[in-house]
Design a protein around this ligand. Structure first.
Ligand code: NAD
Length: 474
């Protein structure tokens, strides 16, 4: 049912052979479904050498040839979406439809970067003397090291791959050891699409050891990471010590403000459904709900209906709407949030418990929490929603802006003036008003403050992978 797993170095898929392996588990049952080969130091050195060698040719490959390969990746991703999705559900846990949706929307990312990569322009700068020509060109930064997490294992890896490769960089990517099938499938897509050997390399290992080794290597010129704030800060510090630029897509603790003049039922329904997507393991998940006191009862009625009705089960069951959490750490974390909430006088209105088998946790709603409770301060990254009241919008905005996170924010109001106020004052890389906007490739995705730096997607997507060279010529 599951797939074979390998490293991918210098255009070759490398099985475990004598290497150490790490078990891969099905989160719905906890049973071992695969063995992931971990890279040796010699493997990492080979990946570095291959990426360096390949860069010399890939940076000079015409953009329209690079574009054709990315477009072929998109086609292959669509063709293979069902098989890839099945393995994502097996090792990550999300419902099959969500997994398939992830793969199909990522084909769009590959296609979009194929097109944008053909439009990386420099500019002519008017000179101060008629015999001087001066201009800029944008050159690929070099070999990149990328580290991607387990919550959207296909999406987060392909976004880094297409941005780096589309800009003319080569890369070594370490994917999530707990949910590795998507990244191996991606390596196959690029391989079969004709990507030259060495342009993309996939390695696995002990995350801290692999990231240190790659970031400290003089061959690597750029670091890109998606994951938690603490790890992002460690990697950014290490990269900084070696003067390497970073793109950091880190955690969030997104506020959702619901005003009394909003369409309350719609707000509750939309927010509850998005909250439980991927069992809440989404960095942009709404995770602090501030509801106007006058709208509170109506909001809670609709919100609780949604949270209670969702069908929780194994991701391969077509009836399942929410799967298990991806690993036992998240289950333990949910229990800690619930215990802390109870300790702060919080009411567990629904849910609050883990299942006996698999890594399941019930959709959970907590009320009556003070702002200093753990759930109101730390990113839950799971199916747990604290709902609190407000009476003054300025105060709600202050509370929403009170944390060091700044990834996504949500607001619902029927007033244009309030919508404008919310858009202007919410401190966040992304603000969604009266709906949950899709994260399509043309959207500049990313955070401010502790939630990271740099953008993936949008017109900014290649910025982190390019350097500007100024040329003056007489
Ligand atoms: P974690 O901080 O241990 O790991 C997060 C990710 O970083 C994992 O994929 C892990 O393999 C990787 N990682 C950890 N240490 C690393 C290192 N030194 N070098 C390179 N990679 C490293 O946390 P976790 O328990 O796996 O995940 C839970 C937390 O991670 C959540 O609270 C959430 O904030 C965050 N997270 C965020 C995203 C996101 O999309 N921004 C995705 C997944 C996890």
């Amino acid at each position: 049912m599951y797939r074979s797993l390998s490293l991918y170095i210098d255009g070759a898929f490398i099985p475990a052979d004598e290497r150490t392996t790490r078990p891969v588990r099905d989160p719905a049952t906890g049973t071992v479904i695969g063995a992931l080969p971990l890279a040796t130091t010699a493997d990492l050195d080979r990946a570095l050498a291959a990426a360096q060698r390949a860069f010399a040719a890939w940076r000079n490959t015409p953009a329209h040839e690079r574009s054709a390969i990315l477009r072929r990746v998109a086609e292959l991703a669509r063709e293979r979406a069902s098989d890839i999705a099945r393995c994502i559900t097996l090792d990550q846990g999300k419902p099959l439809a969500e997994a398939k949706g992830e793969v199909v929307t990522c084909a769009d990312h590959a296609e979009w970067h194929a097109e944008e990569g053909r439009r990386i322009y420099g500019r002519v700068i008017p000179a101060r003397a008629p015999h001087i020509r001066q201009f800029t060109v944008r050159e690929p930064v070099g070999v990149c090291a990328a580290f991607t997490p387990w919550n959207f294992p296909f999406n987060q890896a392909i976004r880094k791959m297409v941005a780096a490769l589309g800009a003319g960089c080569t890369l070594i990517l370490k994917g999530p050891e707990e949910a590795p099938s998507a990244v191996v499938a991606l390596a196959e897509l690029f391989h079969d699409a004709g990507l030259p050997a060495g342009c993309l390399n996939v390695v696995w290992g002990e995350p801290a050891e692999v990231s240190r080794y790659l970031i400290e290597s003089p061959i690597v010129r750029k670091v890109s990471f998606t994951g938690s704030v603490p790890v992002g800060k460690q990697l950014a510090a290490l990269a900084g010590a070696h003067m390497k630029p970073v793109t950091m897509e880190l955690g969030g603790h997104s506020p959702a403000i619901v005003c009394d003049d909003a369409d309350i039922d719609n707000a509750a329904t939309v927010l509850a459904r998005f909250k439980l997507r991927n069992a809440g393991q989404v960095c942009t998940s709404p995770s602090r709900f501030y509801v106007h006191a006058k709208a509170y009862d109506r909001f809670m009625a609709a919100f609780l209906t949604q949270m209670r009705e969702v069908r929780v089960g194994p991701g391969l069951d077509p009836a399942t709407q929410m799967g298990p959490l991806a690993n036992p750490r998240r289950v333990a974390a949910m229990q800690q949030f619930v215990d802390d909430a109870r300790g702060h006088g919080g009411q567990i209105v629904t849910g609050g418990s883990a299942a006996a088998t698999g890594y399941f946790f019930e959709p959970t709603v907590v009320t009556e929490l003070p702002d200093h409770a753990m759930l109101m301060r730390d990113e839950p990254f799971g199916p747990i929603a604290p709902v609190v009241r407000f009476t003054d919008l300025d105060d709600a905005i202050t509370r929403a802006n009170s944390l060091a996170y700044g990834l996504s924010a949500y607001a619902f109001t029927g007033s244009t003036a309030r919508a404008t106020q919310l858009a202007n004052t919410l401190q966040s890389g992304m603000v969604h008003i009266n709906h949950i906007g899709a994260i399509n490739p043309e959207i500049p995705f990313g955070g401010i403050l502790d939630s990271g730096m740099g953008r993936e997607g949008g017109a900014e997507t290649f910025d982190g992978y390019l350097v500007t060279k100024y040329v003056t010529q007489v």
